[in-house]
Ligand binder design. Structure first.
Ligand SMILES: [Zn+2]
Length: 463
């Protein structure tokens, strides 16, 4: 029996059709437009990674040599907005192409409802083997985000003493092990969708040697980068001295450098297995991190650019090297873009757009309206909302009705609110926001009361 026949025999009818269609496309090796079609997809989410701390996004420190190399051989989206400033809702958007409120995933106790379509379900039904390794309790199977993945591994991020440790080596090891699985057949005869979630850049900021010495300058203060200490400082609204702040940033940068080395090992592993040339690689993040640019640290409670400005790098067969796009993009665009690039366009309802016109001679809407929502304020995740149209960004506090309006073109650091001065723009953006807030989830929430484990784990990771 041929390998293809054996795959078809153990597949569902929908999947078997997908395998057949995929095999025919891959025999030609090209899509409808004559461009090479990536055989496999590697989607990587690096938790808590703000774009502006990567050299390929203009950072002055060399934190990211392997990501920079990936960026040089692919497409970099320079202006990407996270759909929320914390882990669970943003990953729901990444894996569904829906805003958190439309996916019913705004609060810690939410679980993805079964009728919500996911990218993994879509690709499984169209012939892909789908696998995932995640490194946060909130993305474990309790979230429902495993929907559509044939295997979905959760690598625990906590030690028994509550410390959060860097587990990137375990994520990379597991990923390479999955690629070596004999069930996948010879010579990559199955198409693989592999989703990896790395948690190392998230606090605790605990970089190891040799990366620590490369980024962390001498420091004699008391800050150790642990999550309980950071949340304590945040609760106290304590303004940090410049030396303390610099130390926290050094630790954060060292964690990026350490994580980047693991990505280098992962990419080398793809190369060694002969998969690199056939794989679409997409790297992004779920949100950034604050270092008191606007008075706060950590993330989850607001929409400043340091919190919602994330990277998005796409590289692989058929993509141009070194192209940069400043078109506004969002996490909701990843699923439709991936699906389109592997010639399996999303049929299900989604909020995002296919970004591939950025390099296919098309036009992407510059005045596109984007939202960010779902704060980590458990008692009121709808307290603030964000809307953007082109460079204009409005944040509305839904409880006290306060508004901030910024022109990111003229004021990228968001120092001066124009809400009163530009009242017409403010009104227009408010109207767009109200319409978005009125939208209902496309399926009802599976909201559950947070259990004691949830509450305890939230506390440990700084929420
Ligand atoms: Zn996160």
């Amino acid at each position: 029996m041929t390998l293809l026949a054996s795959i078809l025999l153990r597949s569902s009818p929908a999947r078997a059709l997908g395998v057949l269609a995929g095999t025919l496309a891959l025999l030609t090796g090209c899509g409808a437009g004559g461009e090479p079609v990536p055989r496999h997809v590697l989607l990587i989410s690096i938790d808590t990674l703000r774009a502006d701390h990567l050299a390929c996004y203009g950072y002055e420190r060399p934190t990211s040599p392997h990501l920079d190399a990936l960026a040089a051989r692919g497409v970099v989206f320079e202006d990407v907005t996270a759909s929320s400033p914390w882990t669970l809702p943003s990953h729901a958007s990444l894996l569904t192409g829906l805003y958190p409120s439309r996916a019913g995933m705004r609060a810690p106790e939410h679980r993805l409802a079964e009728p919500i379509p996911t990218l993994a379900e879509h690709l499984t039904a169209r012939g892909f083997t789908t696998r995932a390794v995640v490194n946060s309790y909130f993305l474990s199977k309790r979230s429902g985000l495993d929907a559509g993945f044939e295997t979905y591994d959760y690598v625990e991020e906590f030690l028994s003493n509550g410390n959060i440790v860097n587990r990137a080596p375990a994520i990379t090891d597991r990923a390479l092990q999955l690629l070596d699985d004999p069930d996948l057949g010879d010579a990559g005869s199955e198409r693989i969708f592999l989703f990896l979630h790395y948690y190392d850049v998230h606090s605790d900021y605990a970089p190891e040697e040799p990366w620590r010495s490369r980024m962390v300058r001498p420091y004699a203060g008391r800050l150790d980068g642990t999550t309980p200490q950071l949340t304590g400082l945040r609760s106290a609204r304590q303004k940090l001295a410049p030396g303390d702040l610099r130390h926290l940033i050094d630790l954060y940068d060292a964690e990026i450098l350490q994580l980047d080395a693991e990505l280098g090992r992962l990419f080398a592993g793809l190369e060694a297995r002969g998969l690199a040339e056939d794989t679409l690689i997409v790297v992004t993040s779920d949100h950034g991190e604050e270092f008191q640019e606007h008075g706060w640290i950590l993330h989850g409670h607001d929409f400043w650019q340091e919190l919602v400005g994330i990277p998005l790098i796409v590289a692989g067969p058929g993509l141009p090297a070194g192209l940069r796009s400043d078109t506004p993009a969002s996490l909701i665009d990843v699923a439709p873009t991936v699906a389109r690039l592997v010639e399996r366009p999303l049929a299900d309802e989604h909020d995002g757009i296919d970004l591939s016109p950025a390099w296919r001679g098309g036009v992407l809407p510059r005045e596109r309206v984007l939202f960010s929502e779902a704060l980590h304020v458990p008692e009121n995740p709808g307290k603030k909302w964000m809307v953007r149209r082109g460079p204009m960004k409005l944040v509305l506090n839904y409880v006290n009705r306060r508004k901030r309006l910024f022109d990111l073109g003229a004021d990228p650091a968001e120092l001066t609110s124009l809400a009163a001065e530009r009242s017409e723009t403010t009104s227009e953006l408010l109207e767009l926001l109200r319409a978005q807030i009125r939208l209902r989830p496309i399926a009802e929430d599976f909201a559950e009361t947070p259990g004691t484990t949830d509450v305890e784990n939230l506390r440990k990771i700084g929420y």
